[in-house]
Design a protein around this ligand. Structure first.
Ligand code: PXP
Length: 238
């Protein structure tokens, strides 16, 4: 059965709106774990718009399941990851002006990605590449030595009608099948919510769903524990 890893960036977004100390993503992560989440994810962005270095350092000491650090493949981030040693790093593209990660990695930047993967793996960190649902990108990820690929589900989540949704689902399906054949471990995420996750939970190849915004949005209204438990119940139906 797939696992649920909860991204707590947007708890930090609310905190940073006032540059105060609450709400604390460290507390949110602990509640998410108590509710059954099997991993905690944070994205330390170059501009530190939500998660701060302090969050990473404390979460490294307090997360009991698995800490997955999303980051760009920059020298600064690789240094921070190698010093902190989260269980896993997911390499993502990053643009300053974007509201959220917009697309998968530009997989043609092979030397840069290869260097990042080699350095991180040497320190015992599992490496995942956040990629568009393209079999070609999956194959390159395998060649680069990634442990996981995280298949970008954003275009599926943004589909405007049933036909588009089916088309995007079938792109994701092909990427998942390719990754499975190549023995890559598979995560999926971006834009997933309590409704659009339903077709994906039936796919046994997906090891973990990475979900942030929809869970935090619900948590604001009903509480973190209930929001996590409701998502877990959907995943477990698969
Ligand atoms: N996976 C990756 C690589 C991401 O960058 C994000 C957004 O931080 C997510 C998953 C989670 O996306 P969402 O917040 O839309 O659930």
């Amino acid at each position: 059965m797939a696992k649920l890893a909860v991204n707590v960036d947007h708890i930090a977004t609310v905190r940073q709106a006032r540059r105060t100390i609450e709400p604390d993503p460290v507390v949110a992560a602990a509640i998410a774990e108590l509710a059954g989440a099997e991993g905690i994810i944070i994205h330390l962005r170059e501009d530190r718009r939500h998660i701060q270095d302090r969050d990473l350092h404390i979460l490294k000491q307090t997360v009991k399941t698995k800490l997955n650090l999303e980051m760009a493949a920059t020298e600064e981030m690789i240094r921070i990851a190698c010093q902190t040693k989260p269980e896993m790093v997911t390499l993502v593209p990053e643009k300053r002006e974007e509201l959220t990660t917009e697309g998968g990695l530009d997989i043609s930047r092979k030397p840069l990605l290869k260097k990042a993967i080699t350095t991180l793996k040497k320190d015992g960190i599992l490496v995942s590449l956040f990629i568009n649902p393209e079999p070609a990108d999956v194959k390159v990820s395998r060649g680069l030595g990634a442990d996981f690929v995280e298949i970008h589900t954003g275009r599926y989540a943004d589909a405007q009608n049933e036909a588009e949704k089916e088309q995007e689902l079938s792109r994701i399906r092909k990427a998942v099948e390719t990754a499975h054949r190549l023995k890559l471990r598979i995560n999926a995420g971006h834009g997933l919510n309590y409704i659009n996750i339903k077709p994906l939970v039936a796919w046994p190849e997906i090891e973990e769903f990475s979900i942030g915004h929809s869970i935090i949005a619900r948590a604001v209204l009903v509480g973190m524990e209930r929001a996590v438990k409701e998502m877990l119940a959907l995943i477990r139906q698969g």
